[in-house]
Each structure stands twice: as structure tokens, then as C-alpha cells.
Design a protein around this ligand. Sequence first.
Ligand code: FAQ
Length: 327
Amino acid sequence: MSDSTTQQTALHSLEEKFQEKIDADIRIEPKDWMPEAYRKTLIRQIGQHAHSEIVGMLPEGNWITRAPSLKRKAILLAKVQDEAGHGLYLYSAAETLGVDRDTMVEELHSGKAKYSSIFNYPTISWADIGAIGWLVDGAAILNQIPICRCSYGPYARAMMRICKEESFHQRQGFEILLTLSRGSEAQRAMAQDSINRWYWPAVMMFGPSDTDSTHSAQSMAWKIKRFSNDELRQRFVDMIAEQIKVLGLTVPDPDLKWNEARGHYDFGPIDWDEFWNVVKGNGPCNKQRLEARVKAWEDGEWVRDAAVAYAEKKAKRKGEDKATQAA
Ligand code: FAQ
């Protein structure tokens, strides 16, 4: 057998063993062998997920100084800080795959790496904070709970804590909308307007329909994804169709209708042109979001430099202390 044939046979056997582990629901850990494409897929998805959490702080951060009471301000501040934490766990999970954080950040800033389409819409009223919590965090939970069972250990473990926090986020969003829905006519109208603007972008968050999803089949075979984009989207529509009844408001879909035979709600057509337009960088706030992230990175340079200088100083002192002790 030639060297290349031997290598190919060895690779094939490694790939087989890897897939057997996946099929048996045995987690893959950072030092385990994994196909290069599995590593790349995870770096892409976890990186985009981390960027989404970080960029996702911007639309809500916009309302911290304008929240209608001290209590609302404290809750919103805590929520936005949670999102920062999620971004950091996720960057750390991605780093276990051999990519460094500076590279990921650079890819976000250059537009090479994506982040969720949803964060390219503006938050123009206080009710939008309720709609983000209820609809966006609601969609995020449905998408992320299955990732707690993802085949890659560090991603799955990061997701467990994130999902607990997202559940609180969703409730606080719903509670904002419930309060507004029981308030004055103007407050009800503000809540309805916000749902009208956020509902469809939240439905789109799950990604392209299964027929257009490039990565789903492979990601499902690797158990990175446990359900398809359309399956999760349907769950979301079903959940929201029931919860909106409590608010006494409506979703902007005249075709939303319970289908007894399917045991699900039917829903109207999705404007995929809008989705791809936003994904390609032409949404209402894409430019503003990236500019804000780049500015934050540049303004924070002195903090990163100071942290490195401090770490070097500490390591040097430790070295000197050891040398003194040894003498
Ligand atoms: N936006 O083949 P698929 C949150 C891209 S976190 C932009 O189906 P995949 C918490 C996709 O990347 C929200 N791009 O891809 C929070 C791919 O392009 P590529 C983020 C999208 O990966 C709340 C192409 O389309 N959550 O909300 C989107 O198998 C409030 C083809 O698509 C996650 O990231 C989109 N919506 O499935 C924070 C969860 N959808 O990479 C702050 C983890 C698709 O080839 C405030 N990620 N694309 O250039 C996932 O579950 C998956 O990556 C999907 C996409 C389901 C998002």
C-alpha cells in the first residue's frame, strides 16, 4: 500500500470512530480527534453566536438611560450585562477549537463573520425592549435549548447557563408588554406597534428555510443542530400564537391559523428578500452596529494594553520572587 493510501485508510477509520461517538451521544471534547470540517463549522457557528450576543447588546443598550423607572433600568442593565457574559462564554468555547479571540473579533469588524440578522433593526420605543425580550429571547431559547445537547462539550455546557438566563430575559420582556397592554390606549398602541415591527424579523431569525439551508444536513448529522430551522420556527410560531392571547394583542400575520390536522399553526409567507438583504449588510442598522463595535474596540485599546502590561509586570515579579527564594 502506498503512503497516501495508508493515510487515507487511517483518516477514514478516525472519521468512522468519530461518527460512532456522535451517534452514541458521546460528547466531543477539545483534545479529541475531530474532522477539520466539524471544527470549522463549530468555529463559524459559535463565533457568529458570540458576535450576536455582543452586537445584540446595542439595540437594548440604547434604552438603558431612558428606561421608565429605576427598577426597569436596573433590570435592563442586568440583562444587557448577561448578554455580554454570554458573548464571553461563547468566545471561550470557540477558543477551545484553536481560534483566537482577536481573529474572531477582526472577522466581525471586517464583515467576514456574520451575526444574527435580528440585531440590525432599530429600537425606537420602550415597548421594543419588551418585544426583544419576549420575541427575540423567546426565539433564542427555542434555538438554544437543543444546543445544550450539542455534540461539542464546551458549546453544550456554555449553552446550559445561557438558556437559564435567557428564560428570565423572556419573562421580563413579556412582563413589559403585559404592563403596557393593560395601560392606557397609547401604551397598548405602542406595544402593538412594536410587535408589528419585531414579529417577522424574529420569525426569520431561525435562518433560511430547510430547502435553502446550506449547513443543516451536515450539522444535524454531527448533532451540532438537533432540529432544522423550519422545525424550530414552527415551534416559535406555535408558542407566540398562544402567548399573544394573554396580551390581548395580535401578530401581523393574517394567515396565522390553527391547523387541526397538522397540530400546528399555519402561517403566512416569509419575506426572504428582506432576510437576505439584512444578512448581506443592507438592513436598517447594519452600518451603525458595526461602527459602534469597531469604535468600542478602538476606544478600549488602552485597557487591553494596560491589562497586558500588568500581567507582564506580575509575571516578572513572580519570577524575581522565585529567584530570591532560590538564592
Ligand atoms: N442571521 O445553513 P444555514 C440571541 C446564515 S443570540 C444572519 O441554515 P446554520 C440572544 C448562516 O450563518 C442569536 N445570518 O446556517 C440575544 C449561513 O451563512 P454562512 C443568535 C444567518 O448555521 C437576545 C447561511 O445563512 N443565535 O438572540 C441567520 O446551519 C437578545 C445559511 O444558513 C445563534 O447564533 C441569521 N438569523 O443555521 C442576545 C444560535 N440565519 O455562515 C441579545 C446558534 C442563517 O455559511 C439580545 N446558531 N444565517 O456564511 C444557530 O443555531 C445556527 O447558526 C442558525 C443558522 C440556526 C442561526
